[in-house]
Design a binder for this molecule. Structure first.
Ligand code: ADP
Ligand code: 5GP
Length: 203
């Protein structure tokens, strides 16, 4: 059974959650969202165990020590980490596992899953659109928006290390691109049992 990970990164406010919620609405049964743990406070409307596992600094440090994370990183001053066990379980079940993680997390995850990951970078058309989307979302303080915009400049430097880029201008068009990437993952040679296929083909 092929083991596949769809990994999404991009500046905060670029539209990762909006695009992923469309993908989950259409392909819920084929996907598993890797719920990260974080030390940041929940935003209004976010639910513990759904968007994130919201945990304390102490718990996060204990989980690091216990080796529970596949990767973890400090992003915008908070800790975020991907739990290893549910990811392994979902991969074994044949689900496409979805990671919404930052650039640092991508490089760490790629070391462990070099063949499995299809990496997609989501961007806005320019930085002022990013700023206005973060402001309109209304979820961050001015200081947090400033940090996120500063970090965005650095994150953009790593686009070339991803397999795909989606410029999220029109949401529907951006979703069509993500949908096409997801569908094409099923025919990736890296995840295809080529030897077995060729053996059967010859018989
Ligand atoms: P991220 O998950 O990357 O932080 P969100 O999905 O929360 O980003 O999107 C940030 C804000 O921008 C949200 O308020 C969302 O509704 C809005 N948004 C997302 N995509 C678009 C788009 N293509 N056009 C206009 N607004 C958008
Ligand atoms: P937010 O606070 O806006 O939900 O997320 C901030 C950033 O943290 C985003 O870039 C998001 O992709 C990243 N992030 C979320 N979960 C993880 C994780 O488990 N690991 C890493 N490395 N980054 C994460």
């Amino acid at each position: 059974m092929s083991r596949q990970i769809l990994l999404i990164s991009g500046p905060s406010g670029s539209g990762k959650s909006s695009l992923l919620s469309k993908l989950f609405a259409e392909f819920k049964d084929k996907l598993y969202f890797s719920i990260s743990s974080t030390t940041r406070a929940a935003r209004q409307g976010e639910k513990d165990g759904v968007n994130y596992h919201f945990i304390s600094q102490e718990q996060f440090q204990a989980d690091i020590k216990a080796g529970l994370f596949l990767e973890w990183a400090n992003v915008h001053g908070n800790l975020y980490g991907t739990s290893l066990r549910p990811v392994t379980h979902a991969l074994n079940e044949g689900k496409v596992v979805v990671f919404d993680i930052d650039v640092q997390g991508y490089f760490l995850a790629k070391k462990q899953y070099p063949k499995e990951i299809t990496a997609v970078f989501i961007s806005t058309k320019n930085s002022s659109i990013l700023a206005s989307r973060l402001e309109n979302r209304g979820s961050e303080s001015n200081e947090s928006i400033k940090t996120r915009l500063e970090n965005a400049k650095n994150e953009m430097k790593y686009i070339k290390d991803y397999d795909h880029i989606i410029v999220n201008d029109d949401l529907e068009a951006a979703y069509e691109s993500l949908r096409a990437i997801f569908i094409s993952m099923h025919s990736k040679c890296a995840n295809f049992e080529i030897e077995e296929f060729c053996q059967n083909w010859n018989n």
